[in-house]
Design a protein around this ligand. Structure first.
Ligand code: HEC
Length: 219
């Protein structure tokens, strides 16, 4: 732009406006970057003074990773957990897993139990399966419990892998609002012995296995 001397007041105003607009662009860019960083940050749970953990606020909006099923009919009529196990990972922890193939410190994984959908005895097979329009099988009924696995190698330095395990009740909602960690031998030990990836049963979670393949390919 070329200004003659008579326009100098005007030109100063134009320059000032341009500088302000530039500053706004830069600062909104910085704000966006910090929001994005926040979005992908791993969210840890909250703890009370007595050390119990609070139930996650919205685990059903976390990233769904898989649904193992161990029905009674295949477990001598009495499976310890006859329900579907719907498993979800906290989104920030999922983003980290996508990038690295590893569970970040602070990872939370929720497992919600869902009863096999029941019908009148006349409409159910002896193994608990039912016929629906898509075929004969097991379909999800009502919610029946919530568990949480949490990794924190600082807070739980004494637990193998830093993993602790909680239950908010093996029953219909409403679930308990808080839970105390189980002793190591009740939960952690079996996960350590039999889970494929860092105490987590990725062998049953296709969503995580597909991310592991992608992050392997990047290496
Ligand atoms: C005998 C072995 C065993 C014991 C003991 C055990 N689990 Fe698990 N857990 C599993 C298996 C197998 C899966 C995945 C498949 C499934 O849900 O059936 C699993 C999955 C989970 C998950 C989903 C995340 C993950 O790590 O895969 C949570 C949460 C969980 N268990 C909580 C608990 C709690 C709480 C206890 C203790 C009260 C416990 N588990 C004890 C075998 C065990």
């Amino acid at each position: 732009m070329v200004f003659n001397s008579g326009d100098s007041a005007m030109s100063k105003r134009i320059i000032a406006a341009a500088v302000t607009a530039f500053a706004l662009t830069v600062s909104s860019g910085a704000l966006l970057t910090s929001l994005q960083a926040q979005d992908s940050a791993v969210q840890k749970p909250t703890f009370s003074a007595d050390g119990s953990v609070s139930i996650p606020a919205n685990w059903r909006s976390w990233v769904f990773i898989g649904t193992p099923l161990t029905p009674n009919a295949l477990n001598d009529g009495a499976a310890p957990f006859p329900e579907f196990h719907n498993v979800y990972i906290e989104p920030g922890a999922f983003a980290h897993f996508q990038k690295t193939g590893e569970f970040a410190n602070g990872t939370q994984i929720a497992k919600e139990l869902v009863l096999v959908r029941a019908k009148d005895a006349d409409d159910m097979h002896a193994d608990g399966s039912t016929n629906e329009v898509s075929g004969r099988g097991y379909f999800q009924g009502e919610f029946q419990g919530l568990e949480l696995a949490y990794k924190d190698t600082e807070r739980f330095a004494a637990e193998p892998g830093g993993w602790v395990y909680y239950s908010f009740g093996h029953k219909a909602p409403p679930y308990e609002k808080t839970a105390k960690a189980f002793p190591t031998e009740s939960c952690n030990a079996c996960h350590e012995a039999s889970a494929d990836t860092d105490f987590v049963f990725t062998q049953f979670y296709p969503v995580l296995r597909s991310e592991m393949k992608k992050s392997e390919m990047k290496k």
